[in-house]
Design a protein around this ligand. Structure first.
Ligand code: HAM
Length: 417
């Protein structure tokens, strides 16, 4: 146990960190281009926020939250997602008085006690955005176009967009009645979970992955065909906007999403090359959430991409990640005098913005050069008493093997060339 990370968690090792840093850089660029500012929210919140925000009837709240009493006997929960926390912050920090829409993004870890499998972890990373204060479909179109562009910029060509509308409380209430009428003769054939969903959240039954439930729901009325006038025209506006931008989509009437806050537009980007957990990104509109969390009625919309799944898609597609910049120079030393000299030299080089390293543990020259090679140093020099006395040393290009005697005074200039 002592030397094993908890189930469902993973270290991101130095050997793979460049992939994450590359994606994070692309995220920051994308968000800048679309006018989203970064927000950093706490890892934990009051449990009530998720119960109210994500929804009491969801799997997340019922089964998956990491909830505990803190030393002050408050019920605290590790964030299972980012939307609720961002909404809380929007209300708490008076962002309703900022020019609307307020556009925010975040890169977070999230925590869900899930059955661990490929693409499904207990600690995972999300890049998400939330936009507040825009009611019409224009922002839905913008947010989806942002995702399409992001995938394009990363070179991903194997994710497809599915959209749906799950209406507003008015048309959903009407629809729920119809759905319950349709389902009630078959209640005994539905799984246990769906039976519990029947009264409180029948729409989620449409999303059940159990074969028996799928058979029954296959012929169920679809919410998309039962929208009220306003929700219908919102969805038409979204489709027209996507077509205007040439963004391909499929209407999937079975997308209901696993969180309770959604209204109207819901969407997913799905990949077929990463196995069963193929949903790379999920999102949608949540026009009632801010009010449900104690704010003024404010429309909202957002999405979150699971970064582990995004990386899997990229790796499976064979996308190469830019290698991080290597070490500029390694200074190998022989003897104490050279070591002192090199200490000053690497400090000077670093002050000039160059990356430089020297031996720190008394390795032999041969071992130092091997180490320099491992570090991917572009250049190396070996310093001994002679080099220090003469002020000259041999600069070796580690890639080509070329060697040139140089004056130590000119080293910085040469490396900067
Ligand atoms: P979600 O669909 O629960 O939505 O999660 C979004 C994405 O996070 C998923 O598509 C998936 O890529 C990733 N994800 C979720 N659970 C796991 C897990 N256990 N392991 C690995 N990856 C996972 C939300 O979280 C909403 N807050 C999205 C949103 C933002 N809607 C509006 N604004």
């Amino acid at each position: 146990m002592l030397t094993q990370a908890p189930k469902g968690t993973k270290d991101i090792l130095p050997s793979e960190i460049h992939k994450w840093q590359y994606i994070e850089k692309e995220i920051a660029k994308l968000c800048h281009d679309f006018g989203y500012k970064e927000i950093r929210i706490p890892v934990f919140e009051h449990t009530e926020l998720f119960q109210r925000g994500v929804g009491d009837t969801t799997d997340i709240v019922q089964k998956e939250m990491y909830t505990f009493l803190d030393k002050g006997q408050r019920s605290i929960t590790l964030r299972p997602e980012g939307t609720a926390g961002v909404v809380r912050s929007y209300i708490e920090n008076g962002m309703a008085s900022h020019p609307q829409p307020v556009k925010l993004y975040y890169n977070i870890t999230a925590y869900r006690y899930e059955n661990v499998q490929k693409g499904r972890y207990r600690e995972f990373h999300q890049f998400g955005v939330e936009a507040f204060g825009a009611a019409g479909p224009s922002i839905d179109v913008e947010i989806i176009s942002m995702l399409r562009l992001f995938f394009d910029r990363l070179g991903i060509n194997q994710v497809s967009l599915n959209i749906n509308s799950i209406g507003c409380p008015v048309c959903r209430a009407e629809y729920n009645k119809k759905l319950k009428d349709y389902l009630s003769p078959n209640l005994d054939k539905l799984c246990e979970t769906c039976n519990t969903r029947f009264e409180r959240n029948p729409l989620r039954i449409i999303d059940c992955k159990e074969e028996a439930c799928k058979k029954i729901t296959a012929g169920a009325p679809a919410l998309i065909e039962n929208l009220c006038g306003e929700c219908h025209s919102h969805f038409e506006g979204l489709k027209a906007g996507l077509e205007n931008l040439g963004i391909d989509y499929t209407v999937d009437k079975n997308i209901v999403r696993g969180l309770d806050y959604y209204t109207k537009t819901v969407f997913e980007f799905v990949s077929s090359n990463i196995g069963a957990q193929g949903t790379v990104c999920g999102g949608g509109r949540y026009d009632g959430l801010i009010e449900a969390c104690g704010g003024k009625p404010t429309p909202g919309i957002g999405f979150a991409i699971g970064l582990e799944r995004l990386l899997m898609v990229m790796e499976n597609q064979g996308i190469t990640f830019p290698e991080p910049k290597g070490l500029d120079i390694f200074i190998a030393t022989i003897g104490e005098k050279a070591d002192r000299y090199a200490e000053k030299m690497v400090y000077q080089l670093r002050k000039e913005g160059l990356s430089a390293q020297k031996d720190l543990i008394g390795k032999s020259v041969k071992a130092q050069m091997k180490y320099a090679d491992k570090l991917g140093a572009k250049y190396s020099i070996v310093l001994g008493d002679d080099e220090i006395d003469s002020g000259k040393a041999v600069l070796k290009n580690m890639e080509t093997g070329d060697q040139k005697e140089i004056s130590l005074d000119t080293l910085i200039c040469r490396l900067k060339m």
